[in-house]
Design a protein around this ligand. Structure first.
Ligand code: URP
Ligand code: ZN
Ligand code: ZN
Ligand code: ZN
Length: 509
């Protein structure tokens, strides 16, 4: 493929920065089946200056328009990855994919927007925000930010207000990573209340960090220092416990909740139970959890096993199938990747101790293909559902629909042309991430993203990227998404229910 790893130092990329390139600002996609989350039909799509202008059959255009024939193919909204970590400093190193290489990989795989997690600097949200604004200057596709909350004092809630004004409408709380990102239940409660008052969505990394710490000690005492110790030290029960705890605390303050990277049936069951009781809990599976199993962590070759180390861990066979089923029935709502890549040298930081292996796997380039193959080709979901779980639901949750997540007049021209009869093939030799490994190495399957249009530019065609650093836009995301509709009424009802017995007691005195 066009971008090989050796070309990645920025100086070597100039040959691809063809900003005033041939791709016209007017594009007609002819004869494809346009698939949205709610409907599909054969129609043409006409794009001008980055915006979809018309979607209907038989659009006639002038000669200056680039025409793409999509006959027999699917025309779908570009993917939106709700969960990525580009240029993140973590576990003593920094992810190998930055905002340029990670996004280039995304575009080659049909994803046209992602939401990345800003990590505060020494607990300061504004410093963290500024650092990520700098990192994101390399962007070649649209992106938004979530923000992690890693400490609590008088300043943090005020800074959360400022972040919402800056277009961040979600905050992530880590119940794991003791000693670094982990927060207490007390902080989680404060955070949930503050999120609710701001109309922001609280997100949780649900593992019991104290128990993980204990589990790790146990493994080391037993002399288990390899990557398998990672999975053994943090079993599904610890994910189930933290998921249940976060859900119950969110219920206690009546705040919507988003559980990131749901990896086990244990966590899924807690989400399902809460939903049945009427609670607004969103569950996000990630591709690795849907398609991989933990047998890989026992590989005797350290690097082969260590590349699969992420948290929560990839689970035993069976969990993935359960998560797929939950995705197909709507218990789990949208698919992320948790793209957080480290190369072999970085993974080797933990060669003598699994606790030092930087946690994270790739997926930003592979998500669209693997979800299609795993979920649609297998008959578990329809093409319209595919659009919902890879794009539309994310746009709705983070309140940018229908600007994103739809092929309709007025929406951003983020579009893929997908050939369901072609095949994809995954390898570190051909992928666009800077990582030297790929956790999906050797996989192939049905369906192929043949063209990606991002912001009205053809950025991926004929297996070639045409991307420009700095061309991606920051997408400001307003608070009070659909989960907040009616929440005040529920609060009023709760208060009324409290007042009745209190008044009775007063009268009897
Ligand atoms: O292993 C993981 N998931 N790394 C990224 C950080 C996180 O917890 O999301
Ligand atoms: Zn996490
Ligand atoms: Zn993550
Ligand atoms: Zn190959």
């Amino acid at each position: 493929l066009l971008l090989s790893i050796s070309l990645w130092p920025l100086s070597g990329l100039s040959q691809f920065f063809d900003s005033e390139d041939g791709s016209s600002s007017k594009i007609l996609i002819k004869g494809g089946t346009v698939v949205n989350a709610d409907h599909q039909e054969v129609a043409d799509v006409y794009v001008e200056d980055g915006i979809i202008v018309a979607v209907r059959p038989n659009i006639k255009v002038a000669d200056d328009v680039t025409v793409l024939d999509a006959t027999g193919k699917l025309v779908m909204p570009g993917g939106i990855d709700p969960h990525t970590h580009l240029a993140m400093e973590f576990m003593g190193t920094e992810t190998i994919d930055n905002f340029f290489s990670g996004q280039a990989a995304a575009l080659a795989g049909g994803t046209t927007m992602h939401i990345d997690f800003v990590i505060p600097v020494n607990g300061s949200l504004s410093k963290g925000y500024e650092a990520y604004v700098e990192k994101a200057k390399l962007s070649c596709m649209d992106y938004g930010f979530h923000m992690a909350i890693t400490k609590w004092d008088d300043v943090v809630p005020k800074e959360m207000e400022i972040m919402v004004e800056k277009g961040i409408n979600s905050f992530k709380f880590f119940l794991a990573y003791k000693g670094s990102l982990m927060i207490s239940d007390e902080l989680l409660l404060e955070g949930l209340k503050k999120c609710k008052s701001l109309g922001a969505l609280a997100m949780v990394h649900a593992e019991n960090g104290d128990a993980v710490f204990e589990g790790q000690k146990r493994m080391i005492e037993l002399g288990i220092t390899g990557p398998e110790g990672h999975a053994l030290s943090r079993p599904p029960v610890l994910e189930g416990e933290a998921t249940a705890r976060a859900i119950r605390l969110a219920a206690f303050v009546n705040a919507p909740l988003y559980i990131v990277h749901v990896m086990s049936s244990d966590a899924m069951e807690e989400i399902s139970r809460a939903q049945k009781s009427g609670q607004n809990v969103i569950g996000e599976p990630v591709v690795s959890g849907l398609v991989l199993d933990d047998s890989v962590l026992w590989d005797p070759d350290f690097i082969t096993a260590a590349k699969f180390v992420m948290s929560p861990p990839i689970r035993a066979k069976g969990h993935g199938k359960v998560l797929q089923a939950a995705l197909s029935t709507g218990i789990l709502k949208l698919v992320g990747t948790d793209h957080c890549t480290f190369n072999s040298a970085q993974k080797s930081l933990g060669i003598d101790d699994f606790r030092k292996i930087p946690n994270g796997v790739n997926g930003i380039e592979e998500r669209m293909h693997l979800v299609w193959d795993t979920m649609v080709e297998s008959g578990q979901i329809s093409a319209t559902d595919y659009v919902r779980v890879t794009s539309t639901e994310c746009a709705k949750l983070f309140n940018i629909y229908p600007r994103k997540g739809a092929i309709r007049a007025g929406s951003d021209a983020d579009i893929i042309i997908f050939n369901p009869n072609s095949t994809f093939h995954i390898s570190a030799h051909s992928h666009h991430s800077r990582s030297d490994t790929n956790v999906y190495e050797g996989r192939s399957g049905k369906g192929k993203v043949e063209v990606t249009i991002a912001g009205g530019r053809i950025v991926w065609e004929n297996e070639e990227l045409n991307v420009v650093p700095g061309s991606g836009k920051y997408i400001s995301m307003p608070p009070f998404n659909y989960l907040y509709h009616g929440i005040n009424k529920a609060d009023e009802k709760y208060l009324t229910s409290l007042k009745a017995p209190v008044n009775r007691i007063k009268q009897s005195l």
